[in-house]
Write a protein that binds this ligand. Structure first.
Ligand SMILES: C[S@@+](CC[C@H](N)C(=O)[O-])C[C@H]1O[C@@H](n2cnc3c(N)ncnc32)[C@H](O)[C@@H]1O
Length: 236
């Protein structure tokens, strides 16, 4: 069915409104879950209409980090996709030859969509990155990716600490931050704090890269240092 220019503009505006509305959820797990439950079926179309290219950039940075620094074949690299949503990042990672991809999301509805893509080894719903990721052991992934999740109203900057914890020494955490998130939260302070504590090292940053039509993002590549401090409760 052909759609008119007016209809297309209306659809683009509706998509943009959904995206903006998602930024007002204040990191509240119940509100996020409810909001994404209602968005899961049209999310891919909406973000596509808004020119969302974060998943491709994050996946390509993961590919570059793997080729440049990680030994072993790409299909044996274990990746965690934090806040996987409907699986857009997983699909891009699969396209690049990654095969051991796990994902989680606070929304069971979104996690269900990710499972349907068939590219994930395992996807968990009802997992909140604003809390400790108690289902995930320390140092269990070579790469952890997080796209569109360290964003307004979703996950606080200290979520980065958990992403680093589940990533093995010398592995990488790759994350996008919308420009307005980086500017209005303490994200960069958190990065400095984690660096001072020896939890992660900022290795690269693509500043002001394309993200969605109305706003750019920064794309971060962090490396987990060789000697990581293991949380007290996990020490033998
Ligand atoms: C904008 S979507 C991004 C999804 C996917 N990564 C992508 O790039 O398409 C944000 C996702 O983060 C999830 N999310 C929001 N807050 C979360 C939290 N505290 N813990 C885990 N997932 C969360 C949402 O349910 C949603 O699926």
């Amino acid at each position: 069915m052909m759609i008119t220019l007016d209809q297309r503009t209306a659809l683009e505006q509706a998509a943009r409104k959904r995206i903006t509305d998602s930024h007002a959820l204040e990191g509240d797990a119940d509100r996020l879950t409810h909001f994404y439950q209602g968005w899961a079926s049209s999310y891919d179309l909406d973000v596509g209409r808004d020119g969302y290219c974060g998943p491709m950039i994050v996946a390509e940075l993961a590919g570059a980090a793997q080729t440049a620094y990680l030994a072993g074949r790409r299909n044996a690299i274990a990746i965690l996709d934090a806040g996987c949503g409907t699986g857009l990042v997983g699909v891009e990672l699969d396209r690049l030859g990654f095969r051991l991809i796990d994902g989680f999301d606070v929304s069971e509805e979104m996690a269900g969509k990710a499972r349907q893509t068939g590219v994930y080894r395992h996807v968990r719903g009802d997992v909140n990155l604003n809390r400790r990721l108690s289902d995930y052991s320390s140092a269990s992934y070579d790469l952890t990716v997080c796209c569109g999740v360290l964003t307004l109203g979703h996950v606080r900057p200290d979520g980065l600490r958990e992403l680093a914890r589940v990533t093995r020494p010398n592995g990488f955490v790759i994350a996008s931050t919308r420009k307005s998130y980086a500017e209005t939260t303490s994200f960069e302070d958190e990065v400095r704090r984690l660096q001072d504590e020896g939890v992660l090292i900022p290795a690269q940053c693509l500043s002001n890269g394309r993200y969605v039509a109305e706003e750019d993002a920064h794309y971060w590549v962090f490396q987990v240092p060789e000697k990581v401090s293991i949380p007290a409760e996990e020490r033998l």
